[in-house]
Design a protein around this ligand. Structure first.
Ligand code: FES
Length: 105
């Protein structure tokens, strides 16, 4: 495990979602409020691209763009109301230093 600089806080698009690939590993970065989270890029259902998904208005759940599976992105936990996705997402530790985002890969 090592901290890799992957983005600046100002790089996030309006959606709050962004794909980064430190060490060739595809990771979906999520900005919600003042916090940044990192999860695996591909949905555990059929590998939908999660950085093209949507953050729900509560700022805690990411919805997969392909079939709508819902994941709590702080923990990676799949939500019970979308049982077609059965596995949780891998999560990564993040930190922000001087407006730069680091992920522990
Ligand atoms: S690929 Fe994400 S819900 Fe199907």
């Amino acid at each position: 495990m090592a901290w890799k600089k992957v983005a600046k806080v100002s790089d996030f698009p309006k959606s709050g979602l962004m794909l980064v690939e430190p060490e060739g590993e595809e990771i979906c970065l999520i900005k919600s409020g003042d916090s940044v989270y990192a999860i695996q890029e591909h949905c555990t259902h059929e590998e939908g691209p999660l950085h093209e998904g949507q953050i729900e208005s509560n700022g805690k759940i990411l919805v997969c763009p392909w079939h709508g599976a819902r994941f709590e992105f702080a923990t990676g936990k799949v939500q019970e109301d979308t049982p077609w996705a059965t596995d949780d997402l891998k999560t990564y530790k993040t930190k922000i230093e001087n407006e730069e985002v680091f992920v522990d890969v």
